[in-house]
Structures are given as structure tokens and as C-alpha cells.
Ligand binder design. Sequence first.
Ligand code: SAM
Length: 392
Amino acid sequence: MRSRRPLPSTRRTPANDSEALAIRVLSMAGGDRPVDAVLREELNPSKGVPRDVARNVARWVFRHHRWRGLLDTSKSWMEQLAEARELARRFDTQSNSFTKEDWARVVPEWVWDHVEVTIPWLMSLQREPLVWIRTRPGTAGELIGEMGDLDAPCEIAPDALVYEGPEDLFRSPQFHEGRFEVQDLTSQLVTLVADPKPGESWWDGCAGEGGKTVHLADLMQNKGVVWATDRAEWRLKTLRARAGRAGLFNIRWGVWQGGDDRPKGVSFDGVLIDAPCSGVGTWQRNPHARWTTTPRDVEELAARQLSLLRAGAAGLKSGGRLVYAVCTLTRMETTEVAKAFTAAQPDFEPLPVPPIFHWGAGAGGPPNQVHFWPQDWQGNGMFVATWRKRKS
Ligand SMILES: C[S@@+](CC[C@H](N)C(=O)[O-])C[C@H]1O[C@@H](n2cnc3c(N)ncnc32)[C@H](O)[C@@H]1O
């Protein structure tokens, strides 16, 4: 074990297994070992940690990172965990007792220059995230009746449900039967904005593990084709398993390095570039990431995003739709990429995103762009922009 901090003295011993394991995880993380990787290792089923203990450990560790900016890090891990618990309790019962200066410390300082920071956004980062699932189209009511603990709070995404029960969803028979996917609400909104039609051809350029690919294919009712590509071949293996579970056979896959090595012999009706990004929009779900992401990452990613978007655009037929998405909220990776693309590609015209998606803090920007802010949607923060390839 590589310990970066001494474990607490034996004068006060951790109250239970969860706390002791959380301290172990925190003390092992650092440098090139991010805390989420250590959590995955320590909570690996092969280590035999009981499920309720594992859940508590993750909660303790993430709560520590959520409140880290307000903690006295010179104190022992055990004292810090107690302080984080007290801050979370105070947030739940008296959120007004926090000052503007307190809120400013829940994210690193550089963020203020890169994101439209507001107190409601900062407060949203301090809440525990909801668990969203996506049911197969039109089956939400059926699943609610069967599984319970499910709620349908979002009218414009009728297949999106919040799960509030205690079970491990990945073990449920309905999951193994391909009847739902665990997928954040705003990721689902991206595919709803793309709005693919049965019989069309789509290319999901940065398909990763296929969250949006499978949704595209499902909305197309298994008719037409979705090409799923990614630079990381191993991610596509998960995608294939997901597609198989759902019985979707209108998906093809291949490796794309992000240049002109796109799928050949086909021009697409739609291209989705769900680009790699700094992930600032996921800081509620991944609180540790706020302490490791840097402004340099943001700059480098913005350049890569524009390059991927332009390379993806080359795959479209005349009149085809281009959708750019990122789960981040920095200006450089969102509005500035969109602006640079519009300026560089006169063969594309901005295509308005339907008004129902322009809501809350995300309303009021250019019609072809929308921010989904976590404080409005209770999901990850995301940005989407859309264009149409002009008819030549
Ligand atoms: C935000 S993730 C995609 C998530 C996925 N669309 C989903 O909904 O599950 C971005 C993906 O871009 C891929 N990527 C990064 N650089 C790339 C490149 N140069 N060419 C193609 N894919 C790339 C990453 O491997 C990663 O899977």
C-alpha cells in the first residue's frame, strides 16, 4: 500500500468498517492514482466487501471530495470525514447558512474564468446525484408498475425515470433483459435533440461505451443504420454487449482515430460528435474530478473537439444534421467551439434546437445551442449545438 498521509492515531478509532475503508481509500489516493480508481480497486467484488459497506464507503469518499474546498486538510482523515458529514448535514437543513465565500470554495479558483458560475450551479454540485435510467421507448409505465421506486419527473423525456430504491439495478432481471439502461437525463436529452428517424443513417463518432448509440438505434426502431466508432476499441466491446442486450441489430462499429479514417462508402443523414471533454458538467456525480482537472486540459480539449467536429462533419450528406455534445460547461469547449465551427464551415448553417429544450439558465443563447445546467435538469451539465449541411 502506498500511503501518502499517516493513518489516524489509535486514540480515536473509526466507528465502523465503512469509515475505516473510506480512510484507507483516501490515504491511498493521490498523484497518479485518482480516488475513483482506488475506490474501484478496493471495492472490487473479488475483495468481498459487503454491498452496503461498499455503498457507504463510496458515499463517505465522494462526500469528502464534494466538501474538500471547505475542509481543514491539516486534520486527520477521520476528523475531515466528520467535518464533511457535518457540512453535508448543514447543507441539507440550513443551506442559507453558507456564505458566498463558502460557495466560491467548492470549486477551484480557475473555474471562475472559464464557466458562467452562479450560486445555484455551485449549490447543485453539493447535492448527491439522482440515479436516472432510460427505458425502452414507450415502456416507462410498465417498468414503474413492475419495479417500483421509479418516478417519471421529466415530460420532455418520457422514457427517463429516476430510481430511488435500494437495489443494485445492474443485478435486476429487467436490466439483463435489456429493458433499461442506466443513463443520465441530459445524455438522453442529447439524443432527443438529435431526433433520428427510422430508416436514416447515423454516425456516432465518439460512441465510447454506446450510451447514445443504443438510444439512437432505439429511437430509429431498429431500422436504418447507426455507425458507432471510437478511438478506444475496448469501449466498443461494452457497446456491443449493450446493443445485444437490447436486441438492436441496426448498429455497426469500427475504430475511428478522429481524422479522415471515417466509415467509408456511406454519407450520413446525421452525425453525432459527443466529444471527449473536461467533464465539468459531471462534477456533481464525480466530485473528485474538480480537484484534478486543469485549465490546460480545457484548452487542449477545446482544440481536439473542434478538430473532431470538423472531421465528423465531412461524413454528412447534403442536408444532413450535425450534433455536437459535451458534458462540460466551460466557454472554451462549448460556445467557442460552436463559434469557431460556424466561422470555419460556411457549408453548414446553424440548425435551431427545438424551444422546449431551451429552459432555465440554458435559455437565451443562440437558437442552435443549448446548455443543460444541473440546477435546472437535476442531471449532468451538458452543452449541445446543431447545424445542417447546406444543400449544394
Ligand atoms: C464523452 S465520451 C463518449 C460517451 C458516449 N458517447 C456515450 O454516450 O456513452 C468521448 C469518447 O471520445 C473518444 N475519443 C477521444 N478521442 C478520440 C478521437 N481522436 N477519435 C475518436 N474518438 C475519440 C473517447 O474514447 C471517448 O469514448
